[in-house]
Design a protein around this ligand. Structure first.
Ligand SMILES: Nc1ncnc2c1ncn2[C@@H]1O[C@H](COP(=O)(O)OP(=O)(O)OP(=O)(O)O)[C@@H](O)[C@H]1O
Ligand SMILES: [Mg+2]
Length: 329
């Protein structure tokens, strides 16, 4: 096992004239883990990835990938990584298989290896049936998958993905998430950028939130959500007529009970699952019927609002609301 982290950014900066696109960013990505770089348009995500993949020279600071310095050992860095950029780079005229073959020869991989690896990748990315059709006939999702397959051809231990699922429909997106999870299970280290809170939440072990070239927060998805506020127990009654009685019952167990006027919902501040089960037990023999009872934590969108004062881009309306994480009745 290697002792160095897979990726390290130490006070990395990139200035374009007066524009401090990246302004002193540090993070560490342990081998085998997934880092999500989360931030809105223009935050500096692509610039960070370009520096770490040797495509752009840092103005200051240090980047290390697989233990190699991006400035001093760019060739060694390149041999350790795969990169799927923000824009699709497949050659439209070539077929899927030919795209793989082309990259294989550019990398100097043996033909036999490329043939076997291509079959495997085309199968894994659900492109086997389309493998011999020109890529111009592919859908957006298929192009994204081919892009990813190409970047995996040399079996790199560290993979950089710049907004891998932007522009994909929800089904292709979750298909790609499955593939990425498999890669991680096999030991690949992932650094991915995204504007989608949901994506970071699904995939990342650790999230670094960047805004205007700086890190504004970092932590696990749960840690970030905890910072945005407390969890609450949300109770939905079957009959609105029970609201007052239910509120009285809950006030014995939580200091802050909020009744949503005009609805059948009550929320109580909670420390966690224990509070939820206590409140569930109180209703058990109360004669009050419940439609639902669950624990709601702040979403990453709440986190973003909390940190930046503005909402992040979000792909679904539900990403902006609290998600109940447990239910009992
Ligand atoms: N080659 C360049 N020359 C000048 N300015 C640049 C260059 N590349 C990026 N920038 C600027 O750096 C800042 C960060 O851009 P970057 O592309 O890294 O953001 P991003 O987080 O990837 O955004 P998006 O989500 O839109 O892809 C922006 O203000 C951008 O205009
Ligand atoms: Mg970008």
């Amino acid at each position: 096992m290697s002792t160095h982290p897979a990726v390290e950014a130490i006070d990395l900066a990139k200035h374009f004239g007066d524009n401090r696109a990246v302004d002193g960013v540090s993070f560490v990505v342990p081998t085998g883990s997934v880092l999500g770089l989360l931030g809105p348009n223009g935050a500096g995500k692509t610039t960070l990835v370009r520096m770490l993949t040797t495509l752009s020279v840092p103005t200051s600071g240090t980047g290390r990938v697989a233990g190699f310095d991006v400035r001093e050992q760019p060739d060694a860095v390149r041999r350790s990584i795969g990169l799927t950029g923000q824009a699709a780079t497949v050659d439209e005229i070539l077929t899927g298989r030919e795209n793989l073959r082309l990259i294989g020869s550019l990398y100097g991989l043996s033909r036999g290896y490329v043939r076997r690896a291509s079959d495997d990748l085309l199968e894994r990315f659900d492109l086997a049936r389309a493998a011999d059709r020109p890529a111009k006939s592919y859908s957006g999702g298929m192009r994204r998958r081919l892009d990813l397959a190409v970047s995996l051809l040399a079996a790199p231990p560290i993979l950089f993905l710049d907004e891998p699922t932007t522009g994909l429909d929800p089904q292709s997106r979750s298909g790609l998430w499955d593939v990425l999870r498999e890669l991680v299970q096999e030991g690949t280290t992932l650094v991915l950028t995204t504007q989608y809170l949901e994506e970071a939440d699904h995939l990342a072990d650790e999230i670094v939130v960047v805004d205007r070239g700086r890190v504004i927060a970092a932590g696990t998805p749960t840690q970030l959500k905890d910072r945005a506020g407390q969890a609450s127990v949300v109770v939905t009654l079957t009959h609105a007529a029970d609201l007052d009685a239910a509120a009285a019952l809950m006030r014995d167990h939580s200091p802050a009970v909020h009744v949503e006027t005009g609805s059948r919902r009550l929320t109580a501040q909670a420390g966690g699952l224990g509070d939820m089960t206590r409140i569930a037990a109180v209703f058990e023999h109360s004669g009050i019927e419940l439609d639902d009872l669950g624990l709601a934590r702040p979403s990453l969108d709440d986190v973003f609002l909390h940190l930046t004062g503005h909402r992040a881009e979000s792909d679904t309306d539900t990403a902006a609301t609290n998600t109940p994480e447990g239910a009992a009745s």
